[in-house]
Design a protein. Sequence first.
Lengths: 401, 261
Amino acid sequence: MKPAVRVSQLSKVYKLYWGPRSLFKEMVLRVPSHQQFWALKEISFEVSEGEAFGIIGENGAGKTTLLQILAGATFPTSGSANVQGKASALLELTAGFHPDFTGRENIYFSGALAGLSRSQIQESESEIIAFSELEEFIDKPVKTYSSGMHVRLGFALATGFDPSILVIDEALAVGDQRFQKKCTDRILNFKRKGCTILFCSHNLYQVKTLCERAIWLKKGRIAAQGVSQEVVDRYTDYVREDESKSPPVSSPAVESDRDSKRQICWIEKTVLSDAEHRPRSEFESGDPLQVDIWCYFGPGFEGIPAVAVALVRNDGVCVYTASSNTAGDSLRQESLHHYHARVVFPETPLLSGRYYLNVVATDQEKLQAYDIVERAQTFTVSSTDRGIGLVRLHHYWIEPK
Amino acid sequence: MFATLLYNKYLIRELVTRDVRGRYVGSIIGVFWSILNPVLQLTLYTVVFSTVMNMRFGDDPSWGRFALYLFAALLPWMALQEAIIRSSRSFIENAHLIKKLRFPLETLPFSVVFSSFIHQLLGTVVFVLVLIAIQAFNTRFFALVFLLFVFQIVMTYGLAVTVACLNVFFRDIAQIIGVLFMLMFWITPIVYPKNRATGLFQILLNCNPLTHMVEAYRFVFLGNPTPSAWGVLYWIMFSLGAYLVGQFVLSRTRRELVDLL
């Protein structure tokens, strides 16, 4: 299939001037006096006809600039962006509205902006009004509309003129829930009809379900590209990790101050492996996990040695904490002070993401943590499950009697 | 550039209606303001210059004659001034559209020029009706007025595009334009006849292409004074030159302009 959108080696540099004087210096006196800001750097991707393509990334990653270039509003500094057919931009739904004019007049104006003739607009007019559910108000000035009515008209307009490429930027959260449903239905309809869709949203779930492929923009570059499910997963991983970095994790005992704290017990080693005892860090959802822990309970230790393993997702959400039983017979004493513990999770129905293990040396009371090793092991889980949450819970649906 | 305008004729039409109607939306007498405004200005100038300062056109000593000569020149002047001043801000005011869409930039200044021209037309109709009523209408050269309209629009459009582009880079342009028009008003024979000027001032008046524009307008409406053919040709060349400059400035700045909005 021929590509509907082809972007190759696209870069966009914004010149940042200090003010009008430095602009004057540069333009008239030819003294360069600007800073460069790379909004996009060497972006390449293709979108086939009829494909739904997601664009995700943090604020300021370059999504809007990319859409602006695709809509033809601004020009690339280098590289090229080719768009086949008419791209209807949902960039800002209500951008073109004049508050003093009626809804109908604004429909005609927006149509004219989209490059349509009067008769072409007339064809779509009644359908747009019907979709926006504004029959009663369509001949009233737009300034009398509620914000919900505003966006309803905007959405109806942007999708009303049968675009061959639909560019959606944060547009699905429109109106009340019933109307939102109507909007998503319409977008799905476009997809079924074979309309190419560029979907730019912070709603990652929608990107996952609507789009076949996606790119993740990070500081103007493509951080990941491919099947939307994988790209979204990698992006959410990144965001979670970023978030978990911000609150500092206080650990009661770190190796360096082991002596100063007169530590008496510590974790020596942690090994994560699969059911066949092979060390691994990549798992499929549902795979068995085995964790081996070697620890030292020194002469000052009184009580029954115990360990705990916490399974934590990379944003800091604890999935589960397993602790050795209080009788202490699950730990094998290898020498006088050295113990070996092994815990097996026969099935780990974790959803895809990155996880880590925190390992704790404790005693039968489990009140005191003698040593905590954060991120003793990290591992990733991949899953084809599109579910949302932490783990896949076993469930079934039955017909109520 | 004309091809772009032609291709976007429906958009221009919408922009013009939006502009004309948008200006009077919510006002009671609406579009009559476009007639009332020039009439008030005309009255004011007539009172000040003909009765207070005793200025006259030709040998007719009546103030009514003065008003006619004044109005013939004032109409194109006001359209020009309004179009240039308003279009200098047209890109900035419509930044929200330009940044979101593949927007044919030339339609914005053009629609401003065109909507000012519509007001000039309205004024012209009133003016012609008055001339007919007082039996002062000179029909011999009147057909030429359409030619004047064409060159006036071409000139205004060229200047409008130029200032619209430059004002995105340097917002001072809009201020400079205001000052410039104030100055130009006095070095164009609008409130005084051209033959009153002597010496250096006369040369200055002749160098100003707008002098020949207002003289040409006076001639087609009132039949005299006969303008110099070279002067009118000079103005026509100036209007074509302004158009080319506008086209050049737009093509040079188009790519960078959007990013500065």
